[in-house]
Design a protein around this ligand. Structure first.
Ligand SMILES: C[S@@+](CC[C@H](N)C(=O)[O-])C[C@H]1O[C@@H](n2cnc3c(N)ncnc32)[C@H](O)[C@@H]1O
Length: 551
């Protein structure tokens, strides 16, 4: 993203999804305000929550309209909004409905992370503290927004860790942490939030923080608004101190069961506790992502009828290292002062870097496969059990051209994901998918980031790879993945590792599963295609039923 774009925050960068009035009402029906309540809306937009909250507060005061409005806006209601246009629109809406604003009020046009409402000095958890504390914090904090680049690192230091767990640098996560810590004891936070809060591993720290701080109730919203297709939840939190359960859609889930999952998942349920009472796949296999080339079309070729067409020749050359060149390749055009110094030193000493260019050939060259300069490239596909290679990558001299291209390009592309696992036998699946589409990966492939992979840990026998392949094709495994481990469309290598290993399957069924899946892979190698509806795949899945578990 360019610097200019970050300085002109867009609707998406500000996470601007307006809450429909029906959902605001549903949330406000849960609250009970008094004339003493202190309420904060930390990102109030044009006032979807502020206006109805103000209506409720005005009912709690007596006296003339002007005085009641002044009371509510100076003593009860506090708010922050970053977008000046929405901020002004909110004030205009208040004036249109309730009359002129009082000479002072607590609705501020600022970045919530740069603002603090001061209160009285007191001795708090963080030492001497004058931050104002609230009875109710309400709203719909930005989701997937960007932080002000000037304070991003400072915010990460301030909110990036709680109770020894990492808090993901995501706008809604930092909003929640900051707001929870501004609640009085017994105070309540009611937020609309992305449903990623429920399971995704990167929100584990936030879930743990919330359970340590108080009682959590989550309600999944069947739909939110036409503006966004993101699934949303209502987070209803009370700051009462550590709790031993979370209520999801009215159903309590004990913290002990939640903590059986490595990601402290709120998607867990008691019936799955057998599955989570043993080892995980990660005890047997290690997951890895593949590499992102940055420009596949330079090096990756589709296989058509056993041949590929090569349109390029590759030429290597040396290029001087300059600060200007490195800044253009750096994330957000920023480099630390140490990096700058080092680059300037290299520039002064006339150091160069090896680069590669693809020179178009007059006519593409037809390459008959196999060919020593090309290796199969593991691009994502939706096949299960096994699929023949459909792409090749130019890999002469151990990938010299591809690796040089990456190392001389954008900084974020310089790492080579999955390199230690290139050419190893393993399993692989489609990264973005509604269920685990797992297939056997023979030795010899170079790995692409769209298809993460799993490889046996040292000393684990090969038959475990086939047993795990059979398990991951079962409906129960995908159910556990999508309801407990990570319900988003992304299936990362860590999600794979966190899946339970099917320790409840008896030795005879395990042997059957291994024999049958090996046979399926063999058949697929001979050209058969399997789907989740193929009778062999359906029968295989039954071997993993939790109903068969010896308790
Ligand atoms: C999801 S919208 C919700 C707006 C409104 N509260 C509602 O419920 O309809 C999030 C709001 O957060 C604002 N916002 C984003 N980053 C902010 C920040 N750092 N400080 C304050 N407001 C911010 C956006 O401009 C946007 O109005």
């Amino acid at each position: 993203m360019t610097i200019a774009k970050r300085h002109r925050p867009s609707k998406r960068q500000l996470g601007q999804f307006i809450t429909p009035a029906s959902i605001v009402k549903r949330i406000l029906d849960r609250v009970n305000l008094t004339s003493e309540s202190r309420v904060l809306e930390p990102s109030f937009g044009d006032g979807e929550f502020v206006l109805p909250v103000l209506r409720l507060l005005l009912e709690k005061h007596t006296g003339g309209e002007v005085d009641r409005l002044a009371e509510a806006l100076t003593r009860n209601l506090y708010g922050v909004e970053l977008d000046g246009r929405l901020y002004r629109r909110c004030l205009r809406r208040i004036e249109a409905e309730f009359g002129p604003l009082p000479s002072s009020h607590n609705l501020v046009h600022k970045d919530f992370f740069r603002h603090e409402f001061p209160g009285e000095w007191r001795w708090g958890a963080a030492g001497l503290d004058d931050r104002l504390m609230f009875d109710l914090i309400i709203g719909n904090p930005p989701f997937g927004g960007t932080f002000d680049a000037d304070i991003e690192d400072k915010l990460d230091r301030e909110f990036g860790e709680r109770c020894g767990c990492k808090i993901k640098k995501e706008t809604y996560a930092f909003f929640i942490v900051k707001c929870v810590e501004r609640l009085k004891r017994g105070g309540r936070l009611l937020f609309i939030c992305s449903d990623t809060l429920l399971t995704i591993p990167t929100m584990r720290g936030l879930r743990t923080f919330l359970m340590n701080q108080g009682q959590v109730e989550i309600e999944r919203l069947p739909e939110f608004s036409e503006e966004t297709g993101y699934p949303m939840v209502i987070l209803d939190f009370r700051r009462t101190g550590p709790s031993d359960e979370v209520v999801r859609d009215g159903e309590p889930i004990s913290r002990t069961i939640i903590e059986m999952t490595a990601n402290a998942s709120w998607g867990m349920n008691g019936e799955l506790s057998v599955a989570f009472s043993g080892p995980t796949i990660g005890n047997f296999m290690v997951g890895s992502s593949g590499m992102t080339i940055g420009k596949n079309k330079l090096f990756v070729r589709p296989i058509v009828n056993g041949v590929i067409e090569e349109p390029y020749d590759f030429e290597f050359f040396d290029e001087p290292i300059t600060l200007e060149g490195e800044l253009a390749r750096a994330r957000l055009g920023k480099l630390s002062s140490r990096q700058r110094e080092q680059i300037l030193r290299q520039e002064r000493q006339g150091e160069t870097r090896r680069c590669v260019r693809a020179v178009p050939r007059g006519f593409p060259k037809t390459i008959i496969l196999p060919h020593p300069d090309y290796k199969p490239y593991n691009k994502s596909n939706a096949k299960i059990a096994y699929a023949p290679p459909d792409h090749m990558i130019y890999w002469r001299n151990n990938g010299e051209a591809v690796l040089t291209f990456k190392k001389s390009g954008k900084w974020y592309l310089r790492g080579v994901g999955g390199q230690p696992f290139f050419e190893r036998e393993g399993l692989t699946w489609q990264l973005i998918s509604n269920r685990l589409k797992m297939r056997y990966l023979p030795a010899g492939y170079i790995l692409d980031s769209g298809a993460p992979c799993g490889f046996l840990r040292p000393g684990v026998p090969l038959e475990e790879l086939f047993f795990i392949l059979a398990w991951t094709l079962s409906p129960l495994c995908s159910y556990i993945l999508k309801s407990v481990i990570n319900h988003t469309m992304n299936i990362q290598s860590k999600d794979f590792e966190r899946l339970p290993y099917p320790h409840w399957v008896c030795p005879e069924s395990k042997q059957q599963a291994i024999t049958r899946i090996r046979d399926l892979v063999e058949q697929a190698r001979r050209g058969r295609t399997f789907s989740f509806k193929s009778p062999e795949v359906v029968d295989l899945g039954k071997l993993f039923s939790l109903g068969n578990a010896q308790l």
